[in-house]
Design a protein around this ligand. Structure first.
Ligand code: NAD
Length: 256
C-alpha cells in the first residue's frame, strides 16, 4: 500500500527505530514527508537505518530516565517540536513459568516495556501539551488483552501499556493530543523468531509453521509493513476522533 496521506514538515520520534515495526513505520513516515528522530540502543543498525532515511539517529536506552530525556531533548533541539510519537521499543524477555523466573527476569522486561513507555509518554507529553496538538501510538500487543502461560513478565508489561495509553489519552485530550495503542498478533520480526526458538530450540521452524497454521486469516504471520499501515493511519489526521483505544492487528486470531 502506498502512503495516501502526507506528514510534510511534521516531526516524528520513533523508538526501536533500527528494526522491526519501528523501522517499518520510520520508512513509511519518511516516504510521507515527516522529519524523523530515530531512537534505538542498537548503535550500528540505528546509524545505518537513519542514514538511509535521512533521520536524526539518537542512541538511547528507553529504560533509562536520563536517556529518555536525552532523545526528547535532541528532537526539540533539532526541530523545535514533536508532532508524532511512536513509543514502540520493547523486548520479549525469557519465557518460563513464574515459578522458574527471577525477579530480575521480570524487572528487565518491565523496565523497557512499561517504565520505558511511561517515561517516553511523560517527556513527549510535556512537549506536546504547550503545542496543543500531537498524535501518539504505543506498541502494546495481543498480550495486553489475554494471559499466556510461561510469558508473565511480557503479558504484564503489555497490559501496563494499555493502561498507560488510556490514562495518557485522557490527560492529552484537553490539549488536542490523541493517544492510541496497537496490539499486533504474530508478526514476522526478530522478536517473533526469537520466541519460536525459545519455545522449541531444536525446531524453531516447526513452531513457526504451527503458529502460522493457527492464524485464521491467511494462515501466516503478519508483516512489519502491515503493522506500519495501521500505526501511520493512527498517527494521521485520517484517524481524528480515535483516541484512548487498542487496535488489534492479528489476522482474526483473537476474534473467537
Ligand atoms: N513481532 C511481534 O510478533 C510483536 C507482536 C506484538 C507486539 N510486539 C511489540 O512490538 C514492538 C517492536 O517489536 P519488533 O517485533 O519490531 O522487535 P525487534 O526486536 O525486531 O525490534 C525492536 C527494536 O527495539 C530496540 N530496543 C529494544 N530494547 C530497547 C531499549 N531498551 N532502548 C532502545 N531500543 C530498544 C531493538 O534494538 C530493536 O531495534 C515491541 O514493543 C514488541 O513487544 C511485537
Amino acid at each position: 500500500m502506498s502512503a495516501s496521506y502526507r506528514f510534510d514538515g511534521q516531526v516524528a520520534v520513533i523508538t526501536g527505530a533500527a528494526a522491526g515495526f519501528g523501522l517499518a513505520v520510520a520508512t513509511r513516515l519518511a516516504e510521507s514527508g515527516a522529519c524523523l528522530v530515530m531512537v534505538d540502543r542498537a548503535e550500528q543498525a540505528l546509524h545505518e537505518a537513519a542514514s538511509k532515511l535521512s533521520g536524526l539517529p539518537v542512541v538511547a536506552d528507553v529504560s533509562v530516565e536520563s536517556e529518555v530525556d536525552k532523545y526528547v531533548a535532541a528532537a526539540v533541539q533539532a526541530h523545535g517540536r514533536i508532532d508524532l510519537f511512536f513509543n514502540n521499543a520493547g523486548i520479549e524477555g525469557r519465557m518460563a513459568p513464574m515459578t522458574e523466573l527471577s525477579v530480575s527476569d521480570f524487572d528487565k522486561v518491565w523496565a523497557v516495556n512499561a517504565r520505558g513507555v511511561f517515561m517516553g509518554l511523560r517527556s513527549v507529553l510535556t512537549v506536546m501539551k504547550p503545542q496543543g496538538s500531537g498524535a501518539i501510538v504505543n506498541t502494546a500487543s495481543m498480550a495486553a488483552i489475554k494471559g499466556a502461560a510461561a510469558f508473565s513478565p511480557y503479558i504484564a508489561s503489555k497490559h501496563a501499556v494499555l493502561g498507560l495509553t488510556k490514562s495518557a489519552a485522557l490527560e492529552g485530550a484537553p490539549y488536542g493530543i490523541r493517544v492510541n495503542c496497537v496490539a499486533p498478533g504474530h508478526i514476522d520480526t526478530r522478536m517473533a523468531r526469537d520466541l519460536t526458538a525459545q519455545i522449541n530450540p531444536s525446531d524453531p521452524e516447526g513452531v513457526f509453521r504451527a503458529v502460522s497454521e493457527s492464524v485464521p486469516y491467511g494462515k501466516r504471520y503478519g508483516t512489519a509493513a502491515e503493522v506500519a499501515n495501521l500505526v501511520v493511519w493512527l498517527l494521521s489526521s485520517e484517524s481524528e476522533y480515535v483516541s484512548g483505544s487498542l487496535h488489534l492487528i492479528d489476522g482474526a486470531l483473537n476474534a473467537g
